[in-house]
Design a protein around this ligand. Structure first.
Ligand SMILES: CCCCCCCCCCCCC/C=C/C(=O)SCCNC(=O)CCNC(=O)[C@H](O)C(C)(C)COP(=O)(O)OP(=O)(O)OC[C@H]1O[C@@H](n2cnc3c(N)ncnc32)[C@H](O)[C@@H]1OP(=O)(O)O
Length: 269
């Protein structure tokens, strides 16, 4: 494990080769999001996205919450902004979450507690969510006069839990606790709190054992095909990815390893 690097709003740790752990670090404010956090999250996402040897990012929260959404104390200060100023703030926040979502490698959210409002949106920007029993989700937006059309929540939720459940969740502002979240597919798994990070690391290791290029092009295909409208377009995109991968080093190495009954040594080239 290398020494953690501490940013103002989170820590970045590298427990083992290929794995980065980003921990939101404002536990006294339920890891709520400030403009500084948005700026720093965008920066670290762009930094990680350019690390050739990175294979998986794990995102979690310090203390008892994953992320309590926008810092409501900060919100006070925003009311003096012009409408365009407010739009700038919203776009700054949205860019941060888009940067997290578009990191080339898989992002696993280890949801250690409440994910409310923008915190829900942040958890949805990850590809995979593993929760502790304390994981709970809340589209808090409507409870404070905002819309659930926020930081990607209105795009992810219908695709993840279905339009009707997304509507109920968004309109009622109720909490979805861990067990229900797992049954809806909002969580991939619920694991004991004390082993949450270990479980995320175990899943990360499984991913690290596979072809980096294969995993990254799988992520691109899965993300892109949630956007394309047709099966034909999806096949076309998949075909291009496979054609690229068959020209790389990993596939022949995987075939040779299979024949020689040994583990492949992937390079990602
Ligand atoms: C409001 C935004 C307005 C601006 C709009 C335009 C700005 C554009 C830029 C930003 C765009 C971002 C868009 C995102 C929007 C949102 O996220 S809206 C939703 C905001 N979040 C919430 O409404 C959630 C509020 N918190 C809770 O519901 C609960 O605290 C919890 C997170 C579910 C945890 O509950 P519990 O475990 O019971 O802890 P509590 O006792 O409630 O809280 C402990 C302390 O933490 C403080 N805290 C919690 N959440 C926040 C928060 N979001 N901001 C600031 N502080 C928070 C809470 O006040 C407690 O503090 P103390 O009383 O001092 O102990």
């Amino acid at each position: 494990m290398t020494e953690p690097t501490t940013w103002e709003t989170f820590t970045l740790e590298r427990p083992e080769p290929g794995i980065a752990v980003v921990t939101l670090n404002r536990p006294e404010r339920m890891n709520s999001m400030t403009n500084t956090m948005f700026v720093e999250l965008e920066k670290v996402a762009l930094q990680l996205d350019h690390e050739h040897d990175l294979r998986v990012v794990i995102l979690t929260g310090a203390g008892k919450a994953f992320c309590g959404g926008f810092d409501l104390d900060d919100a006070e200060g925003l009311s003096s902004l012009t409408p365009m100023g407010m739009l700038d703030q919203q776009e700054l926040a949205a860019r941060a979450l888009a940067a997290i979502r578009s990191i080339r490698v898989p992002v696993i959210a280890a949801v250690n507690g409440a994910a409310a409002g923008g915190g829900l949106s942040l958890s949805l920007a990850a590809d995979i969510r593993i929760g502790s029993p304390a994981a709970r989700f809340n589209a808090a937006f409507v409870r404070i006069g905002l819309s659930a059309g926020d930081l990607g929540a209105s795009w992810h939720l219908p695709r993840l839990i279905g339009p009707a459940r997304a509507a109920e969740f968004a309109y009622t502002g109720r909490f979805i606790e861990a067990v229900e979240a797992e049954s809806l597919g909002l969580l991939n798994a619920v694991v004991p709190a004390e082993s949450l990070l270990d479980e995320a690391l175990a899943m990360a290791r499984l991913i690290c054992a596979n072809s980096p290029a294969g995993v990254q092009l799988s992520k691109r295909a899965l993300h892109a095909n949630m956007e394309v409208s047709s099966y034909a377009a999806a096949l076309e995109l998949e075909n291009r990815g496979q054609a690229l991968l068959t020209r790389g080093e990993d596939m022949p190495e995987a075939l040779a390893a299979f024949k020689e009954k040994r583990n492949p040594k992937f390079t990602g080239r």
